[in-house]
Design a protein around this ligand. Structure first.
Ligand code: AP5
Ligand code: MG
Length: 191
């Protein structure tokens, strides 16, 4: 299964991807996590994107394309993947289609996790205390939400136009949301 998870910052993309990995045994490809890892290791990519991610801005599309192309080309992605945090612009959605067309493995389903802004703010406040992610401050979160509305929300329409999008309510417990996603994927939740 080739799955794209869409949703605002804090909507639960990473959480649900991790739960889906346990069920489906597919690799979880989080572009945010790949960037954070590069920053932690101090690689050239990490140095180039540190300031951008700390402001909650988007890393340029061409930088992301190279990263995603390399990751999707690895053997473990041959039988499917769960993409989290990519594509985030219309340009990235087009690039992803081109990459996957070359591999003859198109996106099969896009799931948008829908959570209202109040809940997002509460979740991120909690995570800021627990994890201290550098972009989880009030001001940067506000910017991430603005960037999401402006640049990423249109990506949902891109998939809707292709008949690939399903919206899933992201409130309730983690397991509630997982059950909704499994039902979209037509995977038996009892398994
Ligand atoms: P990225 O890491 O993708 O961050 P994000 O989109 O802002 O999303 P988050 O990771 O904050 O939230 P999430 O939806 O994964 O929610 P989570 O499961 O953690 O990107 C970071 C930065 O990298 C970007 O700002 C950008 O600079 C750069 N970047 C990344 N990809 C890029 C791209 N393609 N192009 C350009 N730049 C890119 O949940 C949030 C919290 O809520 C957690 O603490 C979780 O435990 C909790 N939670 C989850 N579900 C529930 C629930 N049901 N009930 C209660 N709590 C819950
Ligand atoms: Mg995440």
């Amino acid at each position: 299964m080739r799955i794209v998870l869409l949703g605002a910052p804090g909507s639960g993309k990473g959480t649900q991807a991790a739960l889906l990995v346990e069920r489906l045994g597919l690799p979880h490809i989080s572009t945010g996590a790949l960037l954070r890892d590069a920053i932690k290791r101090g690689t050239r990519l990490g140095l180039a994107v540190k300031e951008i991610t700390e402001k909650g801005e988007l890393v340029p599309d061409d930088v992301m394309s190279d990263l995603v192309k390399e990751r999707l080309g690895r053997d473990d992605a041959a039988d499917g993947f769960i993409l989290d945090g990519y594509p985030r612009t219309l340009e990235q959605a087009k690039v992803l289609d081109a990459i996957l067309e070359e591999l003859a493995r198109p996106v099969e389903v896009a799931i948008l996790i829908d959570v209202d802004a109040d809940q997002i703010i509460k979740r991120i406040e909690l995570r800021a205390e627990e994890e201290g992610r550098s972009d989880d401050t009030v001001d940067v979160l506000r910017n991430r939400m603005r960037v999401y509305q402006e640049k990423t929300a249109p990506v949902a329409d891109y998939y809707a136009d292709r008949g690939l999008l399903t919206r899933v309510l992201g409130s309730g417990t983690r397991d509630d949301v997982l059950e909704r996603i499994l039902s979209v994927l037509q995977v038996d939740a009892a398994n």
